[in-house]
Design a protein around this ligand. Structure first.
Ligand SMILES: Nc1ncnc2c1ncn2[C@@H]1O[C@H](COP(=O)(O)OP(=O)(O)OP(=O)(O)O)[C@@H](O)[C@H]1O
Length: 269
């Protein structure tokens, strides 16, 4: 087994301010203003080459923050992420420049990855065909629907052949036919031994595609293991949560918020 992604004691702390004035004051007097909030706390796991891992958890549990940190888009507060190769994130809002056309976005992303002009010219038709954007490929991305953005993002990411692919809810906005085409492409990646992380509220898609899962609860790993073990435990939790009264749910959320606002032991470096 070859390690592909090693995440160690990963913590992401934001600061919540009650006003812009408080935010400004914090710039000049750090540590004095704002309330800490841990989007992720002390998250550790290892992915092997060829792993397909689903991130599950209720809203706000930290799935997108973790995806963004693995992709190098958001910096961690402490802890480390080691990746063997290049990671690429596909998310509805990720990585596209709204002012540029679809074609310009393809060129920009490929140039940023260090591809030669010849290689970009050779890849472009395949990306355009996969994205099914027709004439819109020469229109600015700001005129695209969320499904069109997702199609372009997916097409660029899979054709640039990353070693680690992170798919964050990107399939939820496209139509069914495109979703199936993407799942086929992901299957092909899996067969080629790439590592994939998959964030989706669709448990069905996750069961179909992932072999392992990491369940995040309030920014921490609640359970990690085979999809066959994690999903039933998560579903049972969801059932129990749904059965709670509104008062119990509120109490539960308040306790979680309190826990995430507390400075605990010094985060590992
Ligand atoms: N820039 C930020 N400033 C403050 N808090 C943030 C920031 N970005 C994210 N958070 C908080 O971090 C927590 C984790 O957010 P994240 O988007 O990672 O959750 P998620 O599991 O992906 O949620 P969802 O299922 O709703 O997409 C949330 O409570 C969110 O409000």
């Amino acid at each position: 087994m070859t390690k592909s992604v090693v995440v160690k004691n990963l913590t992401k702390r934001y600061k919540l301010y009650s006003s812009n004035k408080e935010k400004m004051m914090d710039i000049f007097l750090p540590k004095s203003y704002g309330e800490p909030f841990y989007a992720l706390r002390d998250v550790s796991f290892t992915a092997e080459k060829g792993d397909t891992i689903g991130f599950v958890g209720i809203n706000g549990s930290g799935k997108s923050t973790l995806s963004n940190i693995i992709a190098g888009i958001v910096p961690e507060t402490s802890g480390t992420v080691e990746i063997d190769g290049q990671a690429s994130l596909i998310a509805v809002a990720a990585g596209l420049n709204n002012q540029l056309t679809g074609r310009e976005n393809i060129e920009l992303k490929c140039l940023m990855l260090g591809f030669s002009k010849e290689k970009i010219k050779a890849l472009e038709p395949d990306i355009i065909e996969f994205a099914e954007l027709g004439k819109f490929i020469d229109q600015p991305v700001k005129s695209y629907s969320s499904g069109m953005r997702s199609r372009l993002g997916f097409a660029i990411s899979v054709h640039t052949d990353p070693d680690v692919l992170i798919i964050d809810e990107a399939l939820s906005v496209g139509d069914k036919a495109f979703g199936e085409k993407c799942l086929e492409k992901m299957q092909e990646f899996k067969e080629r031994g790439k590592t994939m992380f998959f964030v989706s509220h669709s448990i069905g898609q996750m069961k179909k595609f992932c072999e392992k899962a990491i369940w995040l609860e309030f920014g921490q790993v609640k359970m990690e293991g085979s999809i066959k073990d994690v999903i039933p435990a998560y579903e049972k939790f969801m059932d129990d949560y749904k059965k709670m009264s509104n008062k119990e749910k509120k109490q539960y959320r308040e306790n979680a918020f309190k826990d995430r606002s507390e400075e605990k032991e010094k985060a590992h470096s």
